[in-house]
Ligand binder design. Structure first.
Ligand code: FES
Length: 104
């Protein structure tokens, strides 16, 4: 079975490749994540986040999702964690919903 990140869950939609809004709940910041930038790059404008690999492999940037649906493109989270939908690898994951609320 191919478990490449882009095929996990069998879903990719055009919205996940496009821009979306990230809300940092604890910080109180709202930012647009454009199609050509990562969620991590945008979040780093507001708050420092550990990021060792920036390829979705190490888990150092994984954060808690409070609202929204993550398009998982990482290789670090288990299928169970992806299905639970409460974690996001900021460096590679995107959003399947127009807004993603993160506990940062
Ligand atoms: S920096 Fe390694 S998973 Fe995001």
């Amino acid at each position: 079975m191919n478990t490449a990140p882009e095929q996990v869950g069998g879903r990719r939609s055009s919205i996940s490749d496009g821009p979306f809004t990230v809300v940092l709940r604890r910080t109180g910041a709202t930012r647009t994540v454009p199609a050509d930038r990562s969620l991590l790059e945008v979040v780093e404008e507001v708050v420092d986040v550990p990021s060792t690999c920036r390829t979705g492999d190490c888990g150092s940037c994984v954060s808690t999702v409070l609202e929204g649906v993550v398009d998982h493109r990482n290789t670090v989270l288990s299928l169970r964690a992806r299905t639970a939908g409460r974690r996001v690898a900021l460096c590679v994951d995107r959003s399947l919903t127009p807004v993603l609320v993160v506990d940062l």
